[in-house]
Design a protein around this ligand. Structure first.
Ligand SMILES: *Cc1c(COP(=O)(O)O)cnc(C)c1O
Length: 363
């Protein structure tokens, strides 16, 4: 069976080497005679899996010992609430709104307390990142929240906001492990695995230990970060299979030279598509050039019938999941770590061909 080039925003393409390794070990993991899916989360084999996943992640991101690494469940949609419950103990936190995901995080905070919007790019359909050099952060804000890479709109922060000394909390789901980041600049980083590092069902939370309260009256056990921090993410049964595949992806990244090498490859890959878009008479990028994401690249022709024809003809060529999100329209190519450069080259070559066939009709 031929594999396609999968440009899905998530769940998304995984490295073929990782899928092959997981297939090899499917029936018999490391001589255990059973699949990872069948083993106790208390077994020594699984203990090795989760501990080496954490160690590899710490190594890749250079995570200081003063930060906890948690493998959680419930989707980032639950983390939006739990991080507010854990970190905003006075009910106050300040948000920058740059798309659907930060809006959802803010909406959860509105249910739970008194959040404030510091800045928003809603005025131009989230096609840019607002100026965050002098935000009106409240003195008593527990943290400043951003969605660092906006999966739907294809924007990313060119530099981190000035939080005026308050902890920065970032949703890194669609850029996690795509480049080196300085963990010490964050109070908390959260990311769903299903974009860049594994199957759906695992949320990775990296949190500064001193921000995790010991006691949280009224907050259920499973929503307290302290519960899983104390238990090494094994308070209850975790997503064992998901954590295992994340661990294989971490090893795959290490083998490829780590995050510096990946960032270089990702910038080159995205450059192939952006260079073409900037020169094209038919396709264009709606995103402010300074704020363009290397991971998610929306593009449009300006004609929705032509967009639809493009998406279906591309799929027939094995270039799949290119339909844009309904709030942007057009197309979107997600170019996560596991998308090979050849995939982007195949996409651009198809776009050139499509343009040659259709440019005249579009005008
Ligand atoms: C995909 C995505 C999420 C996903 O949330 P789930 O609840 O895990 O589906 C959250 N934030 C961002 C930035 C995303 O790209």
């Amino acid at each position: 069976m031929a594999r396609v080039y999968n440009f899905s925003a998530g769940p998304a393409v995984l490295p073929e080497e990782v899928l092959e390794k997981a297939a090899d070990e499917m029936l018999d993991y490391a001589g255990c005679g059973m699949s990872v899916m069948e083993m106790s989360h208390r077994s020594s084999a699984f203990k090795d899996i989760i501990e080496s996943a954490e160690a590899d992640l710490r190594d890749l991101m250079d995570i200081p010992d003063s930060y906890k690494v948690l493998f959680l469940q419930g989707g980032d949609s639950l983390i939006f609430a739990s991080l507010f419950m854990n970190l905003a103990t006075n009910g106050k936190a300040d948000y920058v709104l740059t798309g659907n995901w930060s809006k959802k995080a803010y909406a959860e905070a509105q249910i739970l307390g008194d959040p404030k919007v510091l800045a928003s790019s809603a005025d131009k359909n989230f096609t840019y990142i607002p100026d965050c050099s002098d935000l009106p952060v409240r003195d008593d804000a527990s943290f400043v929240y951003i969605c660092e890479n906006n999966t739907i709109y294809g924007t990313t922060y060119p530099e981190l906001p000035d939080t005026k000394g308050h902890p920065l909390v970032a949703d890194q789901s669609s850029m996690f492990l795509s480049k080196p980041v300085d963990v010490t600049r964050y109070g908390l980083i959260h990311a769903g695995a299903q974009k860049n590092v594994g199957p759906a069902g695992v949320q990775i939370v990296i949190v500064r230990e001193d921000l995790v309260p010991d006691d949280l009256p009224g907050v259920p056990t499973m929503l307290r970060f302290k519960t899983q921090a104390d238990a090494g993410s094994l308070y209850n049964t975790p997503n064992c299979w998901g954590i295992y595949v994340c661990g294989l992806v971490f090893k795959w990244i290490r083998e490829r030279g780590g995050l510096v090498a990946l960032e270089e490859a990702n910038a080159e890959k995205a450059g192939v598509l952006y260079d073409f878009l900037d020169a094209s008479a038919l396709f264009s990028s709606p995103v402010n050039p300074r704020d363009r994401s290397l991971m998610n690249v929306p593009f449009v022709t300006g004609d929705s019938a032509l967009d639809a024809a493009f998406v279906s003809q591309a799929a027939a060529q094995g270039l799949v999941n290119l339909k844009g999100h309904r709030s942007v329209g057009g197309m979107r190519a997600s170019l996560y770590n596991a998308m090979p450069r050849e995939g982007v080259e195949a996409l651009v070559s198809f776009m050139k061909d499509f343009e040659a066939r259709h440019a005249r009709d579009a005008r």
